[in-house]
Design a protein around this ligand. Structure first.
Ligand code: C2E
Ligand code: CA
Ligand code: CA
Length: 927
């Protein structure tokens, strides 16, 4: 390939030469060469000065002399006439090879004999050689004429196209040479082909009718010194010869033309080898001048070169009678041109052609993409008129595409008018390259939002914009839904915490002075119980109803939001007085006064409200919210309907909030401990049971009282895992003790919340089973207040616990609403007198009465009685004397870690039974 590229030009030359030479050799070019020669002859057609006179046996003569062949005496008479005129030479192209009647032949013979000038020439003709007969047949005049005449060969040899183009100087047949009429003096090379010059017009000859000459109507001067050819010119006589240019001519005229061609001078042509050499040189020259140029330039060169060939051919013929072959040169030139052009196209144009084809394909592809796109795609010109629109555009604008074309884009998107840059003429220039949102106004139907992407395209000199318009109604609606979801609570449809914070941010972010406002934090009381005991469905309905009532109460006065499970806020703009706030709080409280009926149950929920005001309490949204929360906790603790934020009461609440989250991790990570406080049986003087008490050693705050953190756990959902951990731990410690031979019952405290939890008994059963513990070794301490929330439910749960075999004790008896009435119905095993009575009985006689009468009453109900807070020997003696079964207090021991407690008990029980001694002592002294 490299070779072809580097040496291409002379390879081209060689190929062109070889092609032309080959075509020439096999005669493919002959016809063209003939056509060129004929064209040249036509171009040079002329009359010449000629002495030839044609005496034609024409139609007129045939008509006058009737019957053909004529009697030979006419020819004898003609010869006599000619003899009188003394022509230079006479060629009688008439066949005298056969005999006619004796008289006529004798007359003719004497005419030949009497002829005085150059002997008359008569035709001789050879029959072609056939396969059967190798000697040619010679047809010549009768023997008797021969001594008086000359012979001329009249054989013809047509060219490849069947036309007579040349005449031979002579024919050599069987060693005998017969000259033709064109070479009377034998001056031409023997047997050479002499091209007939058809540029010589047959009109150059004088024509005389045979009959006119015969009848003496031709003056002798017309023939004197002339060369006279006598022959058939009438078409009927069939001696017509096909020739170029004239189609056909009488044989005698053709011979006259051939003779005249010889007289005009020899027509030469180059020898074959020289022509080939010239062709080779020519091919090289062409290849050199046509190489690696643009085909346009080559075409010009080609035209010039072809003209040059034509001119050279004409000139050489005209000036030197040199017949140049033109066709091989033309062929070589065209071949070189074609190859050069193809080679050039290969490099340049092919690339352009394939590119153009590729472009067309890509164009079609793009068009189909645009057509099938579901996005509306329109082309808009500088004036804002739509130039093209795809089917999606027609759908989008509810208008046929052909109506869109030519219409201003502003008609369908009027909002764009605002974007037009008045300093620039193009309507869409300002939007170029960007994506923006607008409203679309279709030909029919509602306005809807669209997204518009504009791009500029330069098409020739025109500047166009493609506008891709997409209907974004669905996306917008979705966006609005998401926005609503993000800022609203799905249950109550009230604004959520995010919406509240947003609102606070905007209200408080005003530079300089923050807007005055009051933030009310509303927390439902007892809602957790509702949710835990009645299920989430009921809880949800309660929340919805609460939200509805709040909305009804506050109306447009403030913004209500739900920011947590049972936490709501009310945001009131403006500076409110305490009285105004109190009034709103009162109204909010009042709206929940009426019980909420859900699924046939009347549910009462209370409300605690905390208020923080901006800018007085804080101008920071987060802080303001926290302060409102603190105030709400204060209200809850104090049992007041509402509290305004007070920085002092804040501290406790902050601690409480912090402890809440830390407690959760402490439960999870097992950072709590369970200690045990022994309970001494006053009768046996031995420890038979212990009370499990939670201990939390906080890394920074030190020991945190269970009273504090259990209350926190109760306020949240942590109480359940906390209780389960305690019970599990107590049972496992208890099992460990039993394994070591310590048969001790363990009492655990049960939060009031668990008495409302219907699944608790089942959880307890699972715990007992997994600890493989005897249910009777466990006692649960419940408070009287735990019974108050929903006595019927509490009773059911207590009964279920009892059925498991677990013992139940009433803790802190006497501290709450002591009502002995319900004790009768409960499966209670023991009462624990609140330690406040034990503490006060030392100084107060009334309390001593309560302490003593409680024992009577409990024993009457067949319950055991436990005294708590036994701090002194006196306490123990008094209580034992009063009939108490058990005593528990610092007098014996504080709560101890499990192992320490076990050791303590072992030691205590092994020692001398001090208590029974005490008991004896009490009985002895007290009477
Ligand atoms: P409680 O059930 O009345 O427990 C008895 C409390 O009295 C314990 O306080 C105990 O340490 C204390 N105490 C014992 N002997 C004396 C004494 O001689 N004098 C005085 N003044 N106090 C004595 P503690 O451990 O601080 O527990 C406080 C409360 O925390 C308990 O009162 C109980 O209501 C609650 N609590 C403790 N552990 C648990 C638990 O595991 N679950 C639940 N739900 N509550 C628990
Ligand atoms: Ca207790
Ligand atoms: Ca107690």
């Amino acid at each position: 390939m490299r070779l072809v590229r580097r040496h291409g030009w002379w390879i081209t030359a060689f190929a062109a030469f070889a092609l032309a030479a080959l075509c020439r050799a096999v005669g493919l070019l002959q016809t063209l060469e003939f056509a060129a020669a004929d064209a040249r002859a036509g171009l040079f057609a002329r009359q010449v000065e000629s002495d030839i006179v044609i005496v034609g046996i024409d139609a007129k003569s045939l008509a006058a002399l009737e019957r053909w062949p004529w009697p030979r005496r006419h020819h004898a008479d003609l010869i006599a006439r000619l003899s009188g005129a003394a022509p230079r030479r006479v060629f009688l192209d008439i066949d005298f090879s056969s005999q006619s009647n004796a008289l006529d032949d004798a007359l003719l013979e004497s005419a030949f004999r009497d002829w005085s000038g150059e002997p008359i020439v008569l035709p001789a003709f050879f029959q072609a050689v056939t396969a059967s007969d190798s000697t040619p047949q010679l047809t010549r005049p009768l023997e008797r004429f021969l001594p008086h005449v000359q012979l001329a060969a009249v054989n013809r040899r047509p060219g490849a196209d069947g036309l007579e183009r040349a005449w031979r100087s002579s024919w050599t047949v069987a060693g005998q040479r017969y000259r033709s009429v064109i070479d009377p003096e034998a001056s031409l090379p023997p047997d050479s082909e002499v091209p007939i010059d058809f540029s010589i017009s047959p009109a150059s000859f004088a024509y005389i009718s045979y009959v006119d000459l015969l009848d003496g109507r031709v003056p002798p001067a017309a023939l004197a010194g002339k060369t006279v050819f006598v022959g058939a010119t009438a078409v009927e006589l069939g001696d017509m010869v096909p020739v170029p240019l004239h189609r056909s001519l009488p044989g005698v005229v053709v011979q006259a033309l051939a003779l005249e061609s010889v007289r005009a001078g020899p027509q030469r042509s180059l020898p074959g080898w020289l022509t080939l050499l010239a062709m080779a040189g020519w091919a090289l020259l062409c290849a050199a001048s046509l190489r690696a140029r643009s085909w346009r330039r080559n075409a010009t060169v080609l035209a010039g070169v072809l003209t040059l060939i034509a001119a050279a051919s004409l000139y050489s013929y005209a000036a030197h009678r040199l017949l140049l072959e033109t066709v091989p040169f033309v062929l070589a030139t065209i071949a070189v041109f074609l190859v050069s052009t193809l080679r050039f196209l290969d490099q340049q144009t092919w690339r352009a052609v394939t590119y153009a084809l590729g472009m067309r394909r890509r164009d079609a592809l793009l068009r189909s993409i645009v057509h099938s796109s579901t996005d509306c795609i329109v082309c808009v010109d500088e004036a804002g008129l739509i130039q093209t629109a795809n089917p999606a555009a027609a759908r989008l604008f509810a208008c046929p595409a052909n109506e869109l074309v030519g219409a201003p884009i502003l008609r369908y998107m009027p909002g764009l008018a605002a974007a037009i840059d008045s300093s620039r003429p193009d309507v869409l220039a300002a939007l170029d390259g960007g994506i923006s949102e607008w409203d679309a106004r279709p030909a029919a139907g509602e306005v809807f939002p669209v997204e518009l992407a504009v791009g500029r395209v330069r098409l020739h000199s025109e500047r166009l914009y493609t506008a891709i318009v997409r209907d974004i109604s669905e996306r917008k609606a979705q966006q609005r839904r998401l926005e609503h979801q993000a800022t609203h609570d799905s249950l109550t449809q009230l604004p959520n915490r995010a919406a509240l914070m947003q609102r606070l941010d905007t209200a408080l972010a005003v530079d300089g002075a923050p807007q005055p406002l009051a933030l009310l934090m509303l927390d439902l009381c007892r809602f957790k119980e509702v949710n835990d005991t009645l299920g989430h469905d009921v809880g949800d309905q309660v929340l919805r109803e609460v939200a509805r009532r709040f909305q009804q109460t506050v109306g447009a006065q403030g913004l209500i939001a739900r920011i947590g499970g049972d936490e709501f806020t009310v945001l009131i703009d403006g500076q409110e007085t305490r009285a105004a706030i109190a009034m709103t709080a009162q109204r909010l409280n009042d709206c929940l006064r009426k019980p909420i009926d859900v699924a046939g149950i009347s549910i009462e929920v209370g409300l605690s409200i905390g208020v923080a005001q901006s800018p007085r309490d804080s101008a920071d949204p987060q802080t303001l919210l926290k302060h409102a929360d603190v105030a709400m906790y204060v209200a809850k603790r104090r049992g007041t309907p509402f509290e305004c934020y007070d920085a002092e009461s804040d501290e406790n609440t902050v601690r409480r909030l912090a402890l809440g989250s830390e407690l959760r991790t402490a439960i999870r990570d097992g950072a709590l401990e369970l200690h045990y406080q022994p309970q001494v049986n006053f009768r046996t003087g031995r420890v038979e049971s212990v009370e499990a008490l939670l201990r939390w050693s906080h890394p920074t705050l030190g020991q945190v009282s269970p009273t504090e953190f259990v209350a926190i756990a109760e306020a949240t959902d942590m109480i359940r895992p906390l209780t389960e951990w305690t019970l599990g731990q107590a049972l496992s410690d208890n099992r460990e003790w039993r394994r070591r031979g310590l048969d001790i019952r363990v009492a655990a405290n049960l939060s009031a919340r668990l008495l409302q939890d219907t699944v608790f008994p089942e959880r307890l059963r699972v715990l007992l089973a997994s600890a493989q513990a005897d249910a009777a070794s466990l006692e649960l301490e419940i408070t009287e207040s735990a019974m108050m929330l929903d006595p019927a439910r509490a009773l059911r749960i207590i009964q279920e616990i009892d059925r498991l075999g677990v013992l139940i004790a009433i803790d802190d008896f006497g501290s709450g609403y002591s009502s002995l009435g319900y004790l009768r119905d409960l499966p209670v095993h023991a009462l624990k007198l609140d330690k406040s009575f034990v503490q006060s009985m030392r100084s107060c006689a009334d309390d001593r009465v309560i302490v003593e009468s409680t024992v009577q009453m409990a024993h009457a109900l067949r319950m055991q009685v436990v005294a708590e807070g036994v701090e002194s020997e006196w306490d123990a003696r008094f209580l034992a004397a009063a009939g108490y079964d058990f005593g528990q207090g610092y007098h014996f021991s504080a709560a101890l870690p499990a192992a320490a407690c076990a050791e303590w008990i072992a030691r205590f029980n092994d020692a001398e039974p001090r208590v029974s001694r005490t008991l004896k002592h009490v009985r002895a002294s007290g009477g």
